[in-house]
Design a protein around this ligand. Structure first.
Ligand code: 2AM
Length: 186
């Protein structure tokens, strides 16, 4: 159908063991307020949020990602620690931090932003990229917790590529589907 739009983002998939580890770690977190914890199968590291894109642009989006993947080599990254946007005492996003690989992740994010803008006319990101893994969001009002209350010890993983993801917003939470995988090779 003409005019159909798809909600897209580009993300690094996380190993299943790491996803399960993160989901388990936050089960122990004492906090005030109701949190919708991210389902383990949905845990990912976003590089670029594209928003609602016309279905007809999908080929050009994929071509941009293909261009980017060739410019970057695989690298090591690590997750550790817990934080929140805008702050742990009034959290709208509870996240796991990136203790290694933040530089190459930001370089990938910037290249995706630039290349998608050039090839598809997508608007460039205004906010600074801050690599994080969203673990949960408040069900209503912001939640409050002590980021030191639990420890998320360092867990390393290798970034071999990124995926183009489709997001469908459903009452039970977003459903993410990979539309394509792009292996780093630069
Ligand atoms: P988040 O991890 O901080 O929630 C799919 O929604 C992915 O795109 C999420 O990882 C989300 O970030 C990210 N994203 C970035 N900007 C967004 C926006 N304006 N609306 C929804 N998701 C956004």
């Amino acid at each position: 159908r003409p005019g159909t739009r798809v909600r897209l983002f580009v993300a690094v998939a996380l190993p299943q063991k790491l996803r399960e580890f993160l989901r388990q770690a936050v089960r122990e977190l004492p906090h005030r307020g109701r949190v919708r914890w991210t389902k383990p199968e949905n845990l990912h590291l976003t590089l670029k949020f594209l928003g609602e894109v016309p279905e007809g642009s999908l080929e050009e989006v994929a071509a941009a990602l293909e261009e980017v993947r060739r410019r970057h080599a695989p690298f090591e990254a690590a997750v550790s620690g817990l934080g929140a946007f805008p702050a742990p005492r009034r959290a709208r996003v509870v996240w796991a931090g990136i203790s290694e690989g933040a530089g190459p992740l930001a370089a990938l994010a910037a290249d995706l932003d630039e290349t998608l803008h050039r090839r598809t006319g997508l608007e460039r990101e205004q906010r600074e990229y801050r690599a994080h893994i969203t673990l949960g969001r408040p069900a209503g009002r912001p939640v409050s917790f002590d980021p030191e209350a639990i420890s998320i010890p360092e867990r390393r993983f290798r970034v071999e590529g990124f995926d183009l993801m489709r997001s469908v917003l459903k009452p039970g939470g977003p459903v993410y589907t990979p539309l394509g995988s792009f292996a780093l090779e630069g």
